[in-house]
Design a protein. Structure first.
Length: 68
């Protein structure tokens, strides 16, 4: 599934840092350190990153579509 453009709760634009977050996560950095560095401090916004996971660099859209 695509990463949301805005936080569902507060409306802050979060998609602008997702690519850097994903790249740094792939390089083995800790998610909380990355989000602190990217100045994503609100819990609701951090949830957007924590709940959006790619498995083996594969988008989960096809897996989710099985459950209409």
């Amino acid at each position: 599934m695509m990463f949301p453009v805005r936080c569902f709760s507060c409306g802050t634009v979060v998609s602008e840092v997702y690519e850097e977050y994903h790249e740094r996560l792939s390089n083995g950095e800790k998610p909380d350190d990355i989000l602190d560095d990217l100045q994503i401090t609100k819990y609701c916004c951090r949830r957007m990153f924590a709940s959006h996971r790619l498995q083996n660099n594969k988008d989960l859209f096809d897996d989710v579509m099985e459950y209409k």
